[in-house]
Design a protein around this ligand. Structure first.
Ligand SMILES: Cc1cc2nc3c(=O)[nH]c(=O)nc-3n(C[C@H](O)[C@H](O)[C@H](O)COP(=O)(O)O)c2cc1C
Length: 378
């Protein structure tokens, strides 16, 4: 079957990937209420159909931090992508480069920033606050040397949210039974086993390799995260980062207008309105519900991006109409990568572009940069 939409890639990823990995991508925190709300709230927004408006010339191009984008879409940072496809971060970054949209590399990438910058293009680099500030400085220096144009600083993970699917699948467990279950899970997915598990090595978390050895073991990875992510982080630390990063900084994980104003005070350049794809605090507002207040508070001064639940080009247009300059896609590209590697990510980006163009045509919006509230009913 030829995949026609993002949901088809989700189904294909479910078939191709070991369950532990599919659920890691697909799942959210606790009862997954916020994860569902991210998708549902976007779906419920109603676009205003407008007709007879000469839509023969459409422009989907935009600019963020001086970078030209062929459409207002960014590949969100996703941890462990090198386990979904062989050297997965490089494959996704190549697809993003071909589509002329940015790729954001996670701190928790399997491929490190030098590998991605060398094999594809310097990525936006996503960083968490790590206790060891010396190591943080080292990572910032490496990102600058690799010519990463934008730093995405994620602030909604002072502690990890509980993800029940991962617990049930034994993703984080050292127990022998969990290890055997993971091995059997791999054996049941031979194409993945051959392509990624055997030919896709090394699986160490490249960016963190110099911090600790042995982070290719998932259970060690989790315990490292718990020990090294810094829950004492405050706005003062953002000043600290600001002083050490010369380029644009985007704070990812801002959901509240008050926090967005603080972010502006700290001198960052943008925010991503995000609840981490519903993977952190279940029960908080969806990205799209939180967006208008943040855009209203700081949209005049900061670049406001959003993510959470974007599954189509129609969703992209809705996010723009609600105040975002562009949106990040997370699971949409991760499923595509798991299903078909670079070709899958390229195809999903082509699908989003085409859906966006149709949505623009039927709402009478000829330029994404002019998209606003008038595209929505109510
Ligand atoms: C499997 C997975 C791993 C993620 N890893 C990271 C990460 O390492 N850093 C980060 O800032 N956000 C991470 N996120 C959150 C995404 O960057 C993004 O905010 C979220 O996926 C957007 O929601 P969506 O998946 O519904 O598009 C991850 C999300 C998923 C699904």
């Amino acid at each position: 079957m030829t995949p026609a939409c993002v949901a088809d890639y989700r189904d294909a990823a479910r078939r191709r990937l070991p369950r532990v990995l599919f659920d890691y991508i697909d799942g959210g925190a606790y009862g997954e209420t916020t994860l569902a709300a991210n998708v549902e709230d976007l779906r419920r927004l109603t676009l205003r159909q407008r007709v007879l408006r000469d839509v023969s010339q459409l422009s989907t191009t935009t600019e963020i931090f001086g970078q030209a984008l062929s459409m207002p879409v960014v590949l969100a940072p996703i941890g462990l992508a090198g386990l979904y496809a062989r050297r997965g971060e490089v494959q996704a970054a190549r697809a993003a480069r071909a589509a002329e949209v940015p790729f954001a590399l996670s701190t928790m990438g399997v491929c490190d920033l030098e590998e991605v910058a060398g094999a594809a293009t310097p990525p936006w680099f996503q960083l968490y606050m790590i206790r060891d500030r010396g190591f943080m400085t080292e990572l910032l220096d490496r990102a600058a040397r690799a010519a990463c144009p934008v730093l995405v600083f994620t602030v909604d993970l002072p502690v990890p949210g509980a993800r029940y699917r991962d617990t049930r699948n034994g993703m984080t467990s050292h127990a022998p039974t969990a290890r055997v279950a993971r091995a059997l899970d791999g054996l049941r997915h031979p194409r993945w086993l051959w392509d990624v598990h055997i030919r896709g090595r090394p699986h160490a978390l490249g960016n963190l390799a110099s911090a600790e050895t042995g982070l290719d073991d998932l259970s060690r990875f989790w315990s490292w995260t718990r020990r090294n992510f810094d829950p004492s982080v405050t706005w003062k630390d953002i000043d600290w980062v600001r002083d050490r990063w010369p380029g644009p900084i985007v704070l990812k994980g801002v959901l509240d207008a008050e926090d967005a104003r603080e972010a502006r005070r700290c001198g960052v350049d943008g925010v991503v309105v995000s609840n981490h794809g519903g993977r952190q605090l279940d029960g908080v507002a969806s990205g799209i519900a939180a967006l208008p207040a943040v855009a209203e508070a700081v949209g005049g001064d900061l670049t406001v991006l959003m993510d959470g639940g974007v599954r189509s080009g129609l969703d992209v247009l809705k996010a723009l109409a609600a105040g975002a300059k562009a949106c990040l896609i997370g699971r949409a590209w991760a499923w595509a990568l798991g299903a078909r590697g670079e070709a899958g990510v390229s195809h999903v980006l082509a699908i989003l572009r085409e859906e966006l163009r149709v949505a623009m045509s039927l709402t009478g919006c000829t330029d994404v940069r002019a998209a606003g509230r008038e595209l929505l009913e109510g």
